[in-house]
Design a binder for this molecule. Sequence first.
Ligand code: SF4
Length: 173
Amino acid sequence: MILQEEDHLELGIIVRILDLNIKQDIGLVGLGNMLTFNHFLTEQATGCPIATVDIHVNLKNRQHAIDEYGYGPANPNDDVADNSMFWNKKADMWKCSVENVKTMRCGNCAAFNVSDRIKNCMASGINTEKADNGEAVIEQANLGYCELFHFKCAGDRTCDAWLTGGAIENKDE
Ligand code: SF4
């Protein structure tokens, strides 16, 4: 039997729904992170989460994390004076000192994936954007992939959903 375009579309949607159900069962899909059919095809072709290879999806998901879960600060360098408001707010939320809350960063969050597989995905995505050396960009920005909100996050930033026990290194290899 030869499948028509509509059949492919229908089949893809069914597969995606099954895939989403499985991911929801194990807690990998957050609000606002539904994929289009094209994204689904890209993920299947690359073997990478779509946000690691599509900058538009990455920025959309990052904005979701900023708006809904206080991802930041914008410039995480500790010598930026403006950041005191950000860290004071986080310390109030956790009811602890600023010094303590500053130890809770993406870099040691259990959702921060820095496995070799994810790093390769991020490097190939960055290189697609005409960068010469995706690996160097990842290194400089201390990038990992947030498994909760599905975007490339910086190890020095944090968000309200920080989880103890990270990061994920090569547990998925
Ligand atoms: S869930 Fe963890 S890795 Fe993701 S943005 Fe928040 S602190 Fe960073």
